[in-house]
Design a protein around this ligand. Sequence first.
Ligand code: ZN
Length: 172
Amino acid sequence: MTVKTILTEPNPVLRQISKPVKSVGADEKKLMDDMLETMYAANGIGLAAIQIGIPKRIIVMDLSKDENKKEPKFFVNPVIKNKDKSNSTYEEGCLSVPNQFAEIDRPKKCEVEYLDYNGDKKILKADGLLATCIQHEMDHLEGILFIDYLSKLKKSMIIKKLSKVKSTRIVV
Ligand code: ZN
């Protein structure tokens, strides 16, 4: 397993629409292993393949709070089948939008159909944090970041901040 570099906004690769995976083979499993390792190393709870520059519809997540009891989840080609009409609000952050947080409303519950690590078809009924997290990650597959839900002003302020961090000058 290899820890990969996580791309950050405003990298245009993050805006690409990811492509469905034809089948879950050795390459996809290797990718999922690397994604999980990368996510753990960055202390994240979810990561989409595009965040390490791979435009495939693959997501890894682990919402367990116990360091010693990891509960990795893998989603290949996830599709939302049902969404709740009522919303819940969480303060969201993103490994690709470092150190920025904002309250985002999303459907409280959703049903997701996907292939798991072994390529088996599964359906997940998600609620609460799990529902929010899977929807946040699935947005990545469409090139959407949580800051896109904010006002233009707020969003541009965040992008400006992130761009500044990137262009720090060094004199050697
Ligand atoms: Zn994210």
